[in-house]
Design a protein around this ligand. Structure first.
Ligand code: ADP
Length: 214
């Protein structure tokens, strides 16, 4: 399947994408993961992206389109792809439309994951990530805590809050989402590609998508 996953930070795009990859071999493409990898590797892309990311601001559209132009033409995308965290702005959506037309690829749908704001805030402030860059296991202090507080179950390194998961950075990311990304819902509705789902449960989202496109 070839899908765009839309939704606020913490709506569960990454979780749903991972579940969908297991259904039919589609690949998950997360621009956030690609950018964090570049920051960690200290590449030129990472250096350009780092400050925007730490503030909870969007990285400029040109940088993102450069990444996606290459990524979408890699051979593994032929089986399908799940775009997680991209597009994030109307200009990115327009550039994606032009890119897909150019490479002859047709999207199935843009799925909007709808989750109430209080659930989002709670999910994000309770998320913890393993500080070991080779592990990066994800925990939640409420729903999936580590066995020993603050220590990764898998590798024993300290678990931390991502720099963009402090309360201030999260509020800023949500504002940015409302201003820049939420308009994509109307955009894809206009394109005749929108499917909206209640995303309080990721299992229910996956079931709804399966039912719709098989
Ligand atoms: P979130 O949990 O906010 O969805 P992501 O992992 O998708 O987080 O992204 C982390 C950060 O990477 C964003 O706050 C932003 O700085 C940058 N980023 C990721 N994808 C994009 C994109 N498509 N356009 C611009 N910036 C992006």
């Amino acid at each position: 399947m070839k899908l765009i996953l839309l939704g606020a930070p913490g709506a569960g795009k990454g979780t749903v994408a991972k579940m969908l990859t297991e259904l039919d071999g589609s690949v998950q493409i997360s621009t956030g993961d690609i950018l964090r990898g570049a920051v960690k590797a200290g590449s030129e892309l990472g250096k350009q992206a780092q400050d925007f990311m730490n503030r909870g601001d969007l990285v400029p559209d040109e940088l993102i389109m450069g990444i996606m132009e290459d990524r979408l033409q890699e051979p593994d995308c032929a089986n399908g792809f799940l775009l997680d965290g991209f597009p994030r702005t109307i200009p990115q959506a327009e550039a994606l439309k032009e890119l897909l037309a150019r490479i002859g690829v047709k999207l199935d749908m843009a799925v909007s994951l709808d989750v109430p704001r209080d659930v989002i805030l709670d999910r994000l402030t309770t998320r913890r990530t393993c500080s070991n860059s080779d592990c990066q296991a994800i925990y939640n202090t409420k729903s999936s805590p580590t066995k020993v507080e603050g220590v990764c179950d898998k590798c024993g390194s300290p678990t931390i809050q991502r720099e963009d998961e402090t309360v201030e950075a999260i509020s800023h990311r949500l504002e940015t989402y409302n201003e820049k990304t939420a308009p994509l819902i109307g955009y894809y509705e206009g394109e005749g590609l929108l499917m909206s789902v209640n995303a309080t449960s990721s299992d229910a989202v996956v079931a709804a998508i399966k039912e719709r496109i098989g």
